[in-house]
Design a protein. Structure first.
Length: 170
């Protein structure tokens, strides 16, 4: 990671979203998971340190529950979906792939085995179109669609198709 990031993560049990900042996302997530009884899912990250974090705390102050925890009426998740980078957790996403080999991942995506390996290890972010293609081939929910419902996946597929058609026209 290059520099600090502001992270948005959801406590799956309560639905609350934590807005924090760190220079080591993997270590921070590990510490939070140790201290939190529920399952935590990183919704995304945005480059920036404590000043950027404070700005987000202000932006969503009307949703604050306690300290860095916010209830979500849809605006935080929508903002993160539109503006944040997905955080790929290699071990978790590999489990979501059902332990597929790199060869199988490469075959499903039509990419090289080294690229599939780098993606699985978290050295390459999973783009939305790639995650959707892998989902269509295998049913895996990784990267930017890790917590998406089937209805959301349908909308995302339509969005990606519309973007593709628009780029071909223009």
């Amino acid at each position: 990671m290059s520099g600090p990031v502001v992270y948005f993560l959801r406590d799956e049990a309560s639905g609350l979203i934590k807005i924090g900042q760190t220079s080591d996302m993997a270590a921070r997530l590990s510490a939070l998971r140790t201290a939190t009884p529920g399952s935590l899912l990183v919704l995304g990250t945005i480059p920036g340190g404590s000043e950027v974090e404070k700005a987000f705390h202000g932006k969503f102050s009307h949703l604050r529950v306690v300290r860095e925890w916010f209830r979500d009426d849809g605006t935080i998740a929508e903002y993160v979906s539109a503006n944040a980078s997905p955080y790929l957790e290699p071990a978790r996403d590999y489990k979501r792939l059902g332990g597929m080999s790199d060869d199988k991942i490469a075959e499903a995506l039509g990419c090289s085995r080294p690229y599939a390996t780098m993606m699985r290890l978290g050295r390459r972010r999973v783009r939305l179109d790639v995650a959707l293609r892998l989902h269509a081939q295998t049913g895996a929910l990784i990267g930017p669609i890790a917590c998406a419902t089937q209805d959301e996946i349908k909308v995302l597929n339509k969005f990606v198709l519309d973007q593709l058609l628009a780029s071909e026209r223009g």
